[in-house]
Design a protein around this ligand. Structure first.
Ligand SMILES: [Zn+2]
Ligand SMILES: [Zn+2]
Length: 638
């Protein structure tokens, strides 16, 4: 038998008999961390440790804790869960069970509803399977035989999957462990004993293949990690996230409502929520003016022809709302680009006028599916801090660098860490190869010039150009998309935007679409959860609550309140005839940064005694001194 030439993880090359398993090869090479390996990469492709190598190539072990490793591990746990479910509930049919972002699920068809107690029993049975350390065995079968195999077992969903495979597929792979057999591409962990930490989370309904015309199945969600410690951390974070859920805090802090009478995905901001939003928007306007942007504003509806010209009608219609006015079709804007281009077009532009930076707190409507709507985080109407920059190709690099600097400042002020991703041309796109090449190079070059670390998301760009995405990380280490910079060579073409160059000729400007915080609503949702509702002073809709001990303190309380408001401190009065303890508890629930209790001593000395949210008392302060303290902290974004 011939030998295969293999490049080992340490970079050395060696020969092995063809058919030797990945595991054997890695073991003989003395590669480190093999105990942690759940699979391997052979020439870039994920394979089982038992995979027999029949061609030359490069092998690397895949650790359980890595991104790929976790996927393999979680998918394997889903098989073990399916095995446990079939052991315990005869007659259950299995559908599909992939790994997902934070764990895995498996869909089951069963006559009874799975209960919380059932989940506990399933977990117990899974633990038994894990302790038996059964190996995962891969087997390849002709498709027709696989169909017969699953049909004999009554697994109608597997049969349907097999029958729907493209015609040219004649061999499929099955994986078995401890008597359970599943249709699966793999790869899988070597044996069930590799599972060290898992937890079943909940049950939800799910239509077969996501189609409501199909049978309703029961989806059991679970998660798994390489170690028990990581699982515990995750479960703690989930609990914390529930406590911080912005929908719950939005109610408790009286910030906003989403009301069925109004419609899904539509938000009503209450006074404190609207004020929080105003604080953010004021910050936006100031920062944009400071950085050489012009504030502009376009209409909410624009004629259908413009949307045809922009390409949205062809590429984005299903997400848009339309209306008819005077028997003419109008599209409600899903983005703000068009009006900004029309401002550009209102004059002959020279290279000396560029760059032009148009900023709009632009309210847009997008028809998101009902199922993905989620409080402030995903709404159907929202307002973006949107801007379009029109510049020469030579100015592109400096403009992109200025935007990344803007994002960096914003993230520091709102106290987020962030990551950067570059997304390249998707399958469905418009524009020429040269345009894409040039735009992608410009974006990537600016990141490199700023020395920023970034990841590349191949094929994840917008249909009209590549983009840079900034993902912020909140207090619970969750990532949220916020800023993006999208390079666009297409819209300037479609709307025939030009400028007169130094050579006296007409040239095409480049257009950048960019947001810094993204949708204000969504950013507010993230802020609420990030701070658990306890906003820093500068963002707090109510910075101080003035509280009277008894009615005879009200006149001075009102005087203090008036002074605070006149000086620009956002303050409220609680002059109700309630016990002081009750008022303080309520102030704490509302997470107000300062409570000012007004009693005999304060009235007499004409002072306030600020009590901070964390319980610390600042002692007696003259009112002007307290005002200065609040305003200075607000100015420093504290
Ligand atoms: Zn599988
Ligand atoms: Zn745009």
């Amino acid at each position: 038998m011939k030998n295969v030439k293999i490049q080992l993880p340490d970079g050395k090359r060696a020969e092995f008999p063809a058919g030797a398993s990945v595991k054997t090869i890695l073991e003989s090479s003395g590669a480190k961390g093999l105990d942690e390996a759940v699979a391997a990469r052979f020439n870039g492709k994920l394979v089982d440790m038992s995979h027999g190598v029949t061609e030359d190539g490069k092998i690397e072990p895949v650790a359980a804790a890595s991104r790929d490793g976790l996927e393999v591990l979680r998918h394997s746990i889903s098989h073990v869960m399916a095995q446990a479910v079939q052991d315990l509930f005869p007659g259950v049919k299995v559908a599909i069970g992939p790994s997902i972002e934070e764990g895995f699920y498996y869909d089951f068809d069963f006559k009874d509803t799975f209960t919380t107690e059932d989940l506990a029993r399933i977990e117990e049975r899974m633990a038994e399977i894990v302790s038996r350390d059964d190996s995962f065995e891969r087997r390849e079968l002709p498709r027709t035989e696989a169909i017969r195999f699953f049909r004999d077992r009554g697994e109608i969903y597997k049969v349907e999957l097999l029958e729907d495979l493209p015609e040219e597929v004649d061999t499929v792979s099955l994986y078995g462990q401890g008597g359970y057999v599943d249709l699966c591409r793999g790869p899988h962990i070597p044996s069930t004993g590799r599972i060290r930490a898992f937890k079943l989370l909940n049950v939800a309904g799910a239509y077969w293949r996501g189609d409501e015309k199909n049978a309703m199945l029961q989806r059991i969600y679970g998660t798994g990690f390489a170690t028990k410690a990581e699982l515990d951390d995750y479960l703690t974070a989930v609990e914390e996230a529930k406590k911080r859920d912005h929908r719950r805090l939005g109610r408790e802090l009286d910030l906003f409502q989403v009301n069925d009478e109004v419609g899904p995905g539509l938000i009503i901001f209450h006074p404190k929520g609207a004020l929080l939003r105003t604080i953010i928007e004021d910050w936006e306007r100031k920062e944009h003016l400071k950085r050489g942007y012009d504030i502009v504003q376009g209409p909410q509806i624009l004629k259908g022809d413009l949307w045809k010209r922009s390409g949205h009608f062809d590429h984005y219609r299903e997400n848009m709302y339309f209306t008819e006015v005077d028997e003419e079709l109008y599209g409600i804007k899903p983005m703000n680009c068009i009006a900004h281009m029309l401002i550009y077009k209102s004059k002959i532009r020279s290279y000396r006028d560029l760059p032009l930076r148009y900023f709009e707190l632009g309210t847009v409507h997008r028809h998101e599916k009902t199922g993905v709507l989620h409080g402030l985080l995903r709404a159907r109407q929202f307002t973006q801090d949107d801007a379009h920059i029109l510049c020469t190709p030579e100015q592109l690099n400096a403009e992109i660098q200025a935007i990344t600097g803007f994002v960096d400042d914003a993230m520091r002020i709102f106290r987020f860490e962030y990551e950067v991703e570059l997304s390249t041309r998707p399958a469905k796109s418009i524009g020429t190869d040269e345009d894409w090449e040039m735009a992608t190079t410009a974006l990537e070059g600016s990141l490199k010039d700023r020395g920023m670390a970034y990841e590349v998301n191949a094929g994840d760009g917008a249909f009209y150009g590549p983009k840079i995405d900034f993902k912020l990380k909140d207090a619970l280490k969750r990532k949220w998309q916020c800023a993006t910079i999208q390079c666009d060579f297409t819209l300037p073409e479609r709307f025939d935007l030009t400028y007169v160059g130094a050579d006296g000729e007409r040239h095409r400007p480049v257009m950048l679409h960019r947001v810094i915080l993204g949708a204000i609503e969504r950013f507010m949702g993230v802020l609420i959860e990030h701070y658990g509702g306890a906003f820093p002073l500068w963002l707090s809709p109510v910075q101080a609550t003035v509280m009277t001990v008894t009615d005879r303190h009200i006149p001075y309380g009102e005087e203090v309140l008036r002074s605070l408001r006149e000086a620009g401190v956002r303050a409220e009065g609680d002059f109700r005839n309630e016990k002081l303890g009750y008022k303080i508890r309520e102030g704490q629930m509302q997470k107000v940064p300062f409570m000012l209790v007004i009693g005999d001593r304060e009235v007499e000395s004409r002072t306030v005694s600020p009590r901070q949210r964390d319980g610390e008392n600042l002692g007696a302060l003259a009112v002007p001194d307290f005002i200065r303290l609040v305003l200075e902290k607000t100015d420093r974004f504290e």
